[in-house]
Design a protein around this ligand. Structure first.
Ligand SMILES: Nc1ncnc2c1ncn2[C@@H]1O[C@H](COP(=O)(O)OP(=O)(O)OP(=O)(O)O)[C@@H](O)[C@H]1O
Ligand SMILES: [Mg+2]
Length: 344
């Protein structure tokens, strides 16, 4: 590899199954992460995120394309790739019957740490993840957030330089999510390169230095979060009239000045419209004043990543995939898979 990228994938293809029922999970995905950064891979259900991660973690072979991790080719040098990487899969994979400590010691032993070293590493990670008090309890007594943290700890036993986090906060409450985010930031501060998949646009916005947006197996956009937001063309004007009865009048003023009928949120009374020229905001203020209308909120902001996603793909990130047959049930026919847990 060039020293430029820690993770570099070029034109990855992967198809599952054959004939009419085949699913083209990846149709030419390229992505790259610089050392010590977070690459966010953003996409809706079935976009191909997990498939890309599994290929980069050497758990699945691509049909075509190539990739390197820390300069090691994922096909020719899978052993080196595994030694350098950690993976936290989409579904927690800790052994429920073992305690937190036992789970981590087991992994340390599989990684050929001596028993005292494996125990020391387990204790250190449990402390770091706020699990010391629960260390001796079997993982089945853990909450969802605790399991996720134990899972994350498990992927760090081998001190990976590269960490894949596949939807690490799906299903977590906001405070557990924040804890995971802080942990990711700590790891990056220590120089770890992170590839994080997510369906949460705010998560990518919070953590990622760069974002690759994939949809139906293809990259639809790539860039820094702020670049992606700007790409939808300009900013968004939001106005919330003080009196609900003024909504129609305000909507008319906004439509006259911007040429677009604003979106209305009736529950909150908020009117929103894209605006190409920020100078228009002064005209809006003037017109409202002339009409004797006051507003509780009048703001110009960059579009949210959700709006960016909509404009890039024609659907929201949270939409269900279209039932057009090529988006098979994710649980169906898991044939060419290797075991989920990467013990590295
Ligand atoms: N082992 C498999 N056998 C058959 N089809 C598969 C297999 N793994 C994934 N697929 C299909 O490939 C497509 C991409 O799946 P993938 O799991 O990579 O999506 P994802 O972006 O991770 O989605 P999610 O957000 O739901 O986790 C989907 O249509 C899925 O049904
Ligand atoms: Mg997935």
């Amino acid at each position: 590899m060039t020293a430029e990228y820690t993770i570099e994938a070029i034109d990855l293809h992967k198809r599952f199954g054959r004939g009419d029922t085949a699913t083209q999970a990846l149709a030419g995905v390229s992505l790259a992460a610089r050392p010590g950064t977070v690459l966010g891979v953003l996409g809706p259900n079935g976009a191909g995120k997990t498939t890309a991660v599994r290929i980069l973690a050497t758990l699945l072979r691509p049909d075509a394309g190539h990739a390197t991790v820390c300069g090691h080719d994922i096909r020719r040098d899978a052993v080196s790739v595994r030694a350098l990487t950690g993976l936290t899969g989409q579904y927690a994979s800790v052994d429920e019957d073992l305690s937190g400590t036992e789970n981590l010691v087991l992994i340390g032993r599989l990684l050929e740490l001596s028993r005292p070293n494996a125990k020391a590493r387990a204790a250190e990670l449990l402390a770091r993840f706020g699990l010391s008090d629960a260390a001796g309890r079997s993982a089945k007594t853990y909450s969802g957030g605790m399991r996720r943290r134990l899972d994350l700890a498990a992927s760090l036993v081998g001190r990976p330089q590269v960490l894949y986090l596949d939807e690490p906060t799906t299903g977590l409450d906001p405070s557990s999510r924040n804890q995971v985010w802080d942990m990711v930031r700590d790891l990056v501060r220590d120089g770890v390169t992170v590839l994080l998949t997510t369906q949460y646009l705010d998560e990518a916005d919070q953590l990622a230095n760069r974002i690759t947006v994939i949809d139906r197996g293809s990259v639809v956009a790539e860039g820094r979060p702020d670049e992606l937001k700007r790409r939808t063309g300009g900013q968004t004007l939001q106005v919330r009239p003080t009196l609900a009865s003024d909504i129609d009048a305000v909507a008319r003023i906004m439509a006259d000045l911007t040429g677009n009928a604003p979106a209305r949120e009736d529950a909150t009374g908020l009117l929103t419209t894209p605006i190409k020229d920020p100078v228009l905001i002064a005209a809006v203020v003037r017109k409202l004043d002339e009409a004797g209308i006051t507003a509780d909120e009048l703001a110009l902001r960059l579009p949210s990543l959700d709006e960016v996603f909509l404009s890039l793909t024609g659907h929201r990130a949270t939409d269900e995939p279209s039932p057009d047959g090529d988006r098979a049930d994710p649980a169906a026919g898991k044939r060419d898979e290797q075991p989920e847990r990467s013990l590295v």
